[in-house]
Write a protein that binds this ligand. Structure first.
Ligand code: SAH
Ligand code: MG
Length: 214
């Protein structure tokens, strides 16, 4: 039986977040090519598209590409001259994503860099300032990615970080695995950071969002 939340999520999906062919293909084909089905949902993707544009729409960074599903939404939120860099450690994921960016007609806007994001970020300071940064890679790295983003986002730039709920485990007191502890700590830290105005957007698995004030 669909829950109340499922029905409202479907309502948003149908009204605002219809997937075209390339997005459907990215969602369906990624698992067929061996990738885990852990992409954002359509309504979360639509939200990322919105944020990419609201932040200025010129320069976006994604950490954790997978098969390119969230990246297509972000790229579609950019201005015609906007650009996105997306970082992925797994070469197969990066190849699948490149195929999906091409099919979606956004390959020109998107650069997929393959490697550990922590290493790749060291070479990206020259690309700053960024309008928008989306964090969606390993959860224990979020604080480090956040520190980088706070340095290289423009004033008024937006940060988003996926899986703020960890499937509900952030509020389950018996959940004590490292990734959940890392997200709890991350959420708490951003909530208390006076450089940003932040909250969690509660669709799907929760997306922490923060706008940098200066
Ligand atoms: N944003 C994607 C989902 C990303 S899943 C979407 O919604 O469509 C997380 C991805 O991060 C995986 O592809 C994983 O290989 C990658 N990843 C994990 N740790 C990483 C690291 N340290 N550097 C770069 N990529 C990493
Ligand atoms: Mg995620």
């Amino acid at each position: 039986m669909a829950t109340y939340k499922d029905r409202l999520s479907r309502y948003i999906h149908q009204l605002f977040a219809q997937e075209n062919g390339a997005l459907k293909r990215a969602r369906r084909e990624s698992p067929e090519r061996g990738l885990p089905p852990i992409n954002v949902s359509a309504e979360e993707g639509r939200f990322l598209q919105f944020l990419a544009r609201a932040s200025g729409g010129r320069k976006a960074l994604e950490i954790g590409t997978l098969g390119g599903y969230s990246g297509i939404w972000i790229a579609r939120g950019l201005l015609p001259e906007g650009r996105m860099i997306t970082l992925e450690v797994d070469p197969l994921h990066a190849q699948v994503a490149r195929d999906h960016f091409a099919a979606a007609g956004v390959a020109e806007k998107v650069q997929v860099l393959v490697g550990n994001a922590h290493d790749l970020l060291r070479g990206l300071s020259g690309e700053a300032p960024f309008d928008f940064v989306f964090i969606d890679a390993e959860k224990v790295g979020y604080q480090i990615y956040y520190d980088w983003a706070m340095t290289y986002l423009k004033a008024g730039g937006i940060l988003a970080a996926h899986n703020a709920f960890r499937g509900g485990r952030v509020v389950d007191e018996s959940a004590d695995e490292e990734s959940t502890r890392a997200i709890r700590e991350f959420n708490r830290r951003v909530a208390g950071d006076e450089r940003v105005i932040s909250t969690i957007f509660p669709a799907g698995d929760g997306t922490l969002i923060a706008v940098k004030q200066a």
